[in-house]
Design a protein around this ligand. Structure first.
Ligand SMILES: *Cc1c(COP(=O)(O)O)cnc(C)c1O
Length: 451
């Protein structure tokens, strides 16, 4: 945007220059860079307006028409609007729009369906699963008894292992969903297994909710009992989450909706963030439009084009491509094992934001993983099309090539000094600095939202 700003921070600029300074720098970073973290996006100006509104002043513990505070007549309407839009959009009989974010939403599902110590099942974090699917440092792995399943060499869920584990451990709750998975989630197979062994099936569609709405990804609604999603990833709303109970869920357990609501409040949370609820209502309305359907389609077209262009440049991808919005680059041919750090850092210097990630069968560690994750939702919001993905692929491949000669020291104590030296060098790397200028010029042409 020429000279202007997407933010109205006139008052902050006057009253708190220090903070305003960093906000402006962050805005510049968002405008001049290419945001390729698959879980990030740019919200609309309407969503942003709601987030900065006076609705943040209100307390409304409880649910519409059943509040513990007075003065909620309009907040009730706002929350009911968000709820009815979600019910219509996803085709579910019940929704709770109050979870503060995806992680507390998932914890509420445990609280509603399990007792502490009950056996639960989710995809291993190092195989693409989320922390809240029972990883050991998460409350979900501390208070419950997690049994983790895995993906095979192609990066697809290993159903032989999964069925064996379900049969042996009889979990109360099974999660399907991931943070790094390039295939469509096989909801039907999970539903069959959950039915056979009497478990609750919860689908966590945090990453693909927008694709589900746009009908470019299978909906979990006829398969799972519970569906959770963040609202800020492909759904393009504010940071928040929703828990949906399906018809199937109510058939399994008539009290499920009530137990989910009680788990959110008073089980885990106090007052809902009403400004976020309003912003969710706005995002859900935007997601009902034909334009959003087009957006979802374009995300996948862009991801597939990016995958094809990277493959053409000799870059290895888990699963040789993607079925959704996300790509997982296997960096082992470039740097040996543990090269994710080099790739993430080099790309950052070049103005392309990605995150290092483990790959299936990771030979290194989550801190020094052997892959990076790339996503197209944010770039697609800015209006980039397939032809632009070819340029992006070229920048990525040149950046990865520029740090080709680095490799992770096998001795742990050598890693820190090696990385410090690496960082110093890449900041002066001519190729990366040249790419950064090209990226800045290119990215600045695409608004981060329409005013
Ligand atoms: C992002 C994500 C979450 C958690 O969301 P937060 O808002 O970061 O707490 C949960 N599950 C999956 C699969 C996710 O991708």
């Amino acid at each position: 945007m020429k000279g202007g700003s997407y933010m109205n921070i006139r008052n902050i600029t006057r009253s708190d220059q220090k903070l305003a300074h960093f906000m402006k720098l962050e805005e510049k970073r968002q405008i001049e860079g290419l945001e390729m973290i698959p879980s990030e996006n740019y919200v609309s100006s309407s969503v942003l307006e709601a987030m900065g509104s006076i609705l943040t002043n209100k307390y409304s513990e409880g649910f519409p028409k059943k509040r513990y505070y007075g003065g909620n007549e309009y907040i009730d309407e706002i929350e009911m609007l968000a709820m009815s839009r979600a019910q219509k959009l996803f085709g579910v009989p019940h929704v709770n729009v109050q979870p503060y974010s995806g992680s507390p939403a998932n914890l509420a599902v445990y609280l509603a369906t399990c007792k502490p110590g009950d056996t639960v099942m989710g995809l291993d974090l190092t195989h693409g699963g989320h922390l809240t699917h029972g990883w050991n440092v998460s409350a979900t792995g501390i208070f419950y008894n997690p049994v983790l399943y895995h993906v095979d060499k192609t990066g697809q869920i290993d159903f032989t292992e999964l069925e064996m584990l379900i049969k042996k451990h009889k979990p109360k709750l099974i999660w399907v969903g991931a943070t790094a998975y390039v295939y469509e989630f096989p909801f039907r197979k999970f539903a069959d297994l959950a039915a056979t062994y009497g478990a609750y099936l919860a689908a966590d569609i945090a990453h693909v909710a927008g694709l589900v709405v746009a009908k470019v990804h299978l909906s979990p609604v006829s398969y799972a009992h519970i569906v959770t999603t963040t609202t800020h990833k492909t759904l393009r709303g504010p940071r928040g989450a929703m828990i949906m109970v399906t018809k199937k869920g109510l058939q399994k357990d008539a009290d499920l909706a009530d137990r989910i609501d009680k788990a959110v409040f008073p089980g885990l949370q106090g007052g809902p963030h009403d400004h976020t609820t309003a912003a969710i209502a706005i995002a859900l309305r935007e997601a009902q439009t034909p334009a959003f359907r087009k957006y979802g389609k374009q995300i996948v077209i862009n991801a597939k084009t990016l995958a094809a262009s990277l493959l053409k440049r000799g870059i290895k991808l888990v699963g040789n491509g993607t079925q959704n919005h996300m790509l997982l680059v296997d960096l082992i041919p470039l740097y040996g094992s543990g090269g994710g750090y080099f790739a993430q850092y080099a790309l950052e210097v070049a103005g392309i934001t990605v995150n290092k990630n483990t790959i299936p069968g990771e030979p290194s560690s989550p801190f020094y993983p052997s892959g990076i994750r790339l996503g197209t939702p944010a770039l697609t919001t800015r209006g980039l099309k397939a032809k632009d993905m070819i340029k992006v692929a070229d920048w990525i491949s040149r950046s990865l090539e520029a740090v080709r000669l680095f490799s992770l020291p096998s001795k742990r104590e050598e890693r820190k000094p090696y990385m410090d030296n690496f960082k110093k060098k890449v900041h002066r790397d001519r190729t990366l600095l040249k790419i950064r200028r090209e990226v800045r010029l290119f990215a600045s042409k695409f608004p981060i939202f329409k005013m």
